[in-house]
Design a protein around this ligand. Sequence first.
Ligand code: DGY
Length: 332
Amino acid sequence: MSRVFVSQEIVDEALEEFEGTGITVDLRRDHTPLPAAELRAAASTYDGLICLLTDRIDAEFLAACPRLRVVANVAVGYDNIDVPAATRAGVAVTNTPGVLTDATADLAFALLLATARRIPEGDAFLRAGRYTHWRVNQEQMGVDVHGATLGLFGLGQIGRAVARRARGFDMTVLYHDVQRLPAEDERELGVTYAEFDELLARSDFVSVHAPLLDSTRHRFDAAAFAAMKPTAMLINTARGPIVDEAALAAALREGMIAGAGLDVFEREPEVDALLLELRERVVLLPHLGSATGTTRREMCRMAARSVRDVLTGKRPENLVNTELADRLVAGP
Ligand code: DGY
């Protein structure tokens, strides 16, 4: 009989996916991540694991869990998992793409608007009782979003969803990605390919939608900020370490760029102290990208389905280490 461990609280409804399968599920009813040694000990006898992006699944963890056949991450990003080590150990890794695309794109756009139009500053100003009269030179003077140039770093599902939203704001959309779209797709989406330097030099807003890889870590460093317009703003809803946070704080203080809207941080949940001090045109959120009730429920259900599928001999819909696909399907 297969057993599944859920490392932290999820949406309970997701457990319905296991009904009628005979699979036993042990849900840890706690929303704080376990320290590595405790997670290893807790998961060591299970066949399946549902985990979150705050759980580190590395070679040491995998060695401590010899029965494990599947790790389902409740997130589209899986940089918390050593996928090559999982593949070597014959453990399937799954993520939750698709179901969070629109919620994350909505949040990226909300962050862009909030930063450009200084919405949190206006809210704080009013609540402090400082709104005494309307004036032409309003304290929270912002910049236009409509008609501006948006540079997308990464054009996967979420980047494309942001591009579609930008069309409604009459924005010019540039993108940079390792893979260039066919010309017809570019035309249909209304995006133009740019080399990284050109994207930085031309964009009024640069929004990050790439995965965290060795090649993207600290891609936004002091040199990148120096190449951006002094009026430009950086939006990051992808992964914190893609941006060198100390270099970003320095760039903002020195006026190399004008603003930043960040939903993710380099050492989450820690935020660079210098960044925290900056309040004008800097909006900081606690990793809310996929945080709508519907989306989080669908992410949890998808993770549960993936574990169920692997443990019942089926290929899951969202297998990351596809090299294992053939091994997962039960024989006749
Ligand atoms: C992800 O899915 O990778 C996000 O960071 C959380 O929704």
